[in-house]
Each structure stands twice: as structure tokens, then as C-alpha cells.
Design a protein around this ligand. Structure first.
Ligand SMILES: [Zn+2]
Length: 275
């Protein structure tokens, strides 16, 4: 049992290694990218310099999928995949994210306490960086969504061929960082995949308001992936100590987006321009 787990771990490491072979063609900076950054809402110039040298994923075959009805979504369960990423894989992913030198943004008033950002979001799909720098992770995430859809019987046909990455986000929270609403959901997406990179030692719990009105706190350890119907209510309780870092990927029935925000146009051209 243990050796099988180790084998799987090695396979995951190997897969991320393949990712690591994608050359960025740029200098790697090792700072967190956060110190000294004043974040003032969604209006900063993304500092990204991605050299497009990796193959694009083959275009998916599109089948029309509808996001789940919001009431029905509340009756679905969160699907947890323990140890989706090894510790070594997490290290490499975080390192690569930092090397991309993306501009972190805040998205709402609660993300800023005093004049300090306590919750920053970096859009990894900006200028196609997610597909180009994390191709293996990207396909594993879509396969995992398909696995959850099958296991939990969410009912989407051909989901693997019918969804694309709407957004891939890197979230960093400090003390008091939170996603406070009890009825927050990812409007317009099919499935959301969260991957824990670094849990906070206190607080920062992933919770869902269940159909019976109870708030459910989900076990979510470093390397775990939680997969859920995007229209299911979810929140993050305030971080009480330390930092919390997660990856969030929303999959939708739409174009794979490369504009540096959470896009709301599944099929049309997007006129978002980086400020
Ligand atoms: Zn857009």
C-alpha cells in the first residue's frame, strides 16, 4: 500500500518535471512578488513577460454543456482527491508561479485591511501562461473534474472534451483574508477545482453551505484537490494565523481564456485590456 502510494507520488513528480522542461525564456526572480506591492483593486499593470514557446493544447471538441441549476448544485457533494500534488510538485509550481512575475490583484473591499492587501489573486491564464507553463497540470485538472463528474454523477456528458479553463488563479491570503459570503458561487462555470498549496495553521477553512442549511467544513490539506459543482455555495473562513495559498481553476463551456481577469464572455471576443 505504502509503496504504491510512493509510486504514485513519483509519477506525479515526473509529470511536474515534464512541466518544468517548458522553458520560460526569461529570468527567474525568486521574490514573493508581494513585498512592497501596493494593490489597489483591479487596476494594475500585469507585469508578465511570457515567451510563447510551448505547444498549445489541442483544441477541444465542443459539446454544449449548461452550468448546473443553482438549487440542484446545493445538493451535490464536494469531491476530495487527497494528495493530488506531492510536496515537491507544490514547491516547483509555486516557484514557477513566482518566476512568471504576475501582477497580484485584490477583488473586493474585504481583501484590504487598513492599507494592506490580505488576499491577492494572480491570474495564471494571462496571455495563456497556464496552458503553456503548466500543460500537464492543466490536463490533470480537467481529467480530475471528469473523474468527479463520473463518481458523483453530476450528469455532464463528455465533460472532458467540452470544458476549457475559464480562469486559473493563484490566491494568497494573510491573516484576516477571507471569502466571507455564505452564498458565493462561481456563476457561469461548470466545475471548480481548488488545490491546496499551503494551508493556514488556523482559520482559512474551506466551507460549503449545504442544502440542509448547515455549514460544512472540508478537510483540505497541502496537495489535496477539492472538486465541486461551480454553482455550489462555498466560502473561506478568515485566516487567523499564517498564510494560505491555493490554486483555483474554473472550467466552463467556453473558449479557453487568456485575458488577464475572470472573463464573463464564454464565446465572444473579449475586450479586456490590461491597464
Ligand atoms: Zn475576458
Amino acid at each position: 500500500m505504502r509503496s504504491r502510494r510512493k509510486k504514485r507520488q513519483r509519477e506525479e513528480d515526473a509529470e511536474v518535471e515534464i512541466d518544468a522542461e517548458v522553458k520560460t525564456g526569461e529570468q527567474v526572480e525568486t521574490g514573493s512578488g508581494r513585498e512592497g506591492v501596493q494593490v489597489e483593486g483591479d487596476r494594475r499593470v500585469p507585469k508578465i513577460n511570457v515567451v510563447l514557446d510551448a505547444p498549445k493544447p489541442s483544441p477541444p471538441v465542443w459539446y454544449q454543456l449548461e452550468p448546473m441549476d443553482v438549487a440542484a448544485a446545493q445538493r451535490t457533494r464536494v469531491y476530495r482527491r487527497k494528495g493530488f500534488l506531492s510536496e515537491a510538485a507544490i514547491q516547483r509550481i509555486v516557484q514557477r508561479i513566482r518566476s512568471l512575475d504576475l501582477q497580484p490583484y485584490t477583488n473586493s473591499a474585504v481583501d484590504i485591511v487598513g492599507n494592506r492587501a490580505v488576499h491577492c489573486t494572480s491570474y495564471l491564464h494571462t496571455r495563456d501562461a497556464f496552458a503553456r507553463h503548466f500543460p500537464k497540470l492543466r490536463s490533470r485538472v480537467i481529467a480530475l473534474a471528469a473523474e468527479a463528474n463520473r463518481e458523483e454523477q453530476w450528469g455532464w456528458d463528455e465533460i472532458e472534451k467540452s470544458v476549457a479553463v475559464r480562469c486559473a488563479e493563484y490566491h494568497e491570503m494573510d491573516v484576516r483574508g477571507t471569502l466571507p459570503e455564505f452564498k458565493h458561487y462561481d456563476l457561469g462555470s461548470i466545475v471548480t477545482v481548488d488545490i491546496m498549496l499551503e494551508p493556514s495553521p488556523r482559520g482559512g477553512c474551506f466551507q460549503t453551505l449545504e442544502a440542509n442549511g448547515k455549514l460544512l467544513t472540508h478537510e483540505f490539506r497541502a496537495g489535496d484537490a477539492l472538486v465541486f459543482v461551480a454553482h455550489k455555495y462555498h466560502r473561506v473562513s478568515p485566516v487567523k494565523r499564517g498564510h494560505r495559498r491555493v490554486l483555483v481553476m474554473e472550467l466552463w463551456n467556453g473558449i479557453e481564456r487568456t485575458c488577464g481577469h475572470r472573463c464573463e464572455r464564454p464565446w465572444e471576443d473579449c475586450d479586456f485590456s490590461e491597464p
